[in-house]
Design a protein around this ligand. Structure first.
Ligand SMILES: Nc1ncnc2c1ncn2[C@@H]1O[C@H](COP(=O)(O)OP(=O)(O)OP(=O)(O)O)[C@@H](O)[C@H]1O
Ligand SMILES: [Mg+2]
Length: 352
């Protein structure tokens, strides 16, 4: 087992730089998740670690070895992709053992490794089937099995579950968590899915336009984001943001029609800021205020109430319990001062 270290890693395609000097430490045995908007460089960074993309500048280490310019096959990594690309004419067993067979491993050794992997992935009953006779989840399990039999030090996953339907995703997510616990290898996992990121990760890396915005444990990023981007990206529904200006005694927030007291150490009066509050920290006050309820999405245990402010901003409030507001209501919202986050409106940096 080994960790992965990136040192000022840069990727250029011709003139275009897409990864801008990334420094990152993924510890031995850690489950690290890359998240960020489409095109921010998640796959590129993963492929640089795999050796499928040449690193333009900087250094990549796996354990103590500098692998920056090594061939993918020498790096001790195995990658699982969104499309599982199994060989249709081979059985599950043959698919899983194929890489080892090509490398000239003895048959008994291959059989033992395939057996061990199929135990972990509960594929024993399917070893003699062809991929066409498997469900999507089973196929993806075979693709993961193919990675396991190679005994890599580092597993790299690029959105492995995004071709599966919602129910299977949940099942496979639990399975991947179990797999990580069982084999304890270092894993780096790219996803668009908030829930996958929050539940699987020891460490989340939030990327934006080829830069790291913040690195931290899931709840650390959720509770203590460094900037407006991370605050808005982690959490679903997203954090609410309202424009405000620092004033005597707090922040004047036109969307709420009042001055809000906060715990942050505020800059000079007149500074434009953004106030952030999560949907679950807002409390609806019925029969007062000037916020128009436009829509209430009732999911059962919770409802998401969408409110329009007089300034044209939008708030989402999480409601629980029996008394919930309805579309057409006019309401106000309150929240505890400690729940309000403040960001510099220009730079987006958190003001603490
Ligand atoms: N071969 C290439 N030539 C030029 N630019 C490229 C090439 N491959 C990727 N890019 C650019 O690099 C950036 C990062 O792409 P990448 O595929 O890593 O994004 P991503 O975060 O994985 O996005 P998604 O979530 O959509 O998969 C994008 O702006 C993309 O257009
Ligand atoms: Mg991608």
């Amino acid at each position: 087992m080994t960790g992965v270290t990136l040192n000022q890693a840069i990727k250029r395609y011709g003139e275009t730089q897409v990864i801008h000097g990334v420094d990152l430490q993924v510890d031995d045995g850690e489950f690290c998740v890359f998240v960020g908007p489409s095109g921010c460089g998640k796959s590129t960074l993963l492929r640089m670690i795999a050796g499928l993309e040449e690193t333009s500048e900087g250094k990549i280490n796996i354990g103590a070895r500098d692998v920056t310019h090594m061939d993918p096959s020498e790096r001790g990594v195995a990658m699982v992709f969104q499309t599982y690309a199994l060989y249709p004419h081979m059985t599950v067993k043959e698919n899983m053992g194929f890489g080892l067979k090509m490398n000239g491993h003895p048959k008994a050794d291959i059989d033992a490794k395939v057996k061990a992997a199929s135990d972990v992935l509960k594929l024993d009953d399917y070893l003699h089937r062809k991929p066409a006779a498997l469900s999507g989840g089973q196929r993806q399990r075979v693709a993961i099995g193919r990675a396991i039999v190679r005994g890599p030090e580092v597993f790299l996953f690029d959105e492995p579950l995004s071709n599966l339907d919602a129910e299977l995703r949940v099942e496979m997510r639990v399975e991947i968590a179990r797999l990580h616990k069982e084999i304890g290898a270092t894993m780096i996992y790219v996803t668009h899915d908030q829930v996958e990121a929050m539940t699987l990760a020891d460490k989340i890396v939030v990327l934006r336009a080829g830069h790291i915005e913040q690195v931290g444990a899931p709840l650390e990023l959720y509770r203590n984001p460094d900037n407006r981007f991370v605050a808005g990206f982690i959490g679903s529904p997203a954090m609410n943001f309202l424009d405000g200006v620092v004033t005597e005694g707090g922040i004047d927030v036109p969307g709420l029609g009042r001055t809000i007291a906060v715990e942050a150490a505020l800059p000079a009066q007149g500074t434009p800021v953004t106030l952030g509050v999560r949907p679950e920290h807002l409390e609806v006050q019925m029969g007062q205020g000037a916020l128009q309820a436009e829509l209430s999405e009732a999911l059962g245990g919770v409802s998401y109430l969408h409110l329009d402010t007089p300034t044209g901003e939008r708030l989402i409030v999480e409601e629980r319990g029996d008394d919930r507001a309805a579309a057409g209501d006019t309401v106000d919202v309150t929240f505890e001062a400690r729940r309000a986050m403040v960001f510099d409106r220009e730079s987006g940096s958190r003001i603490r």
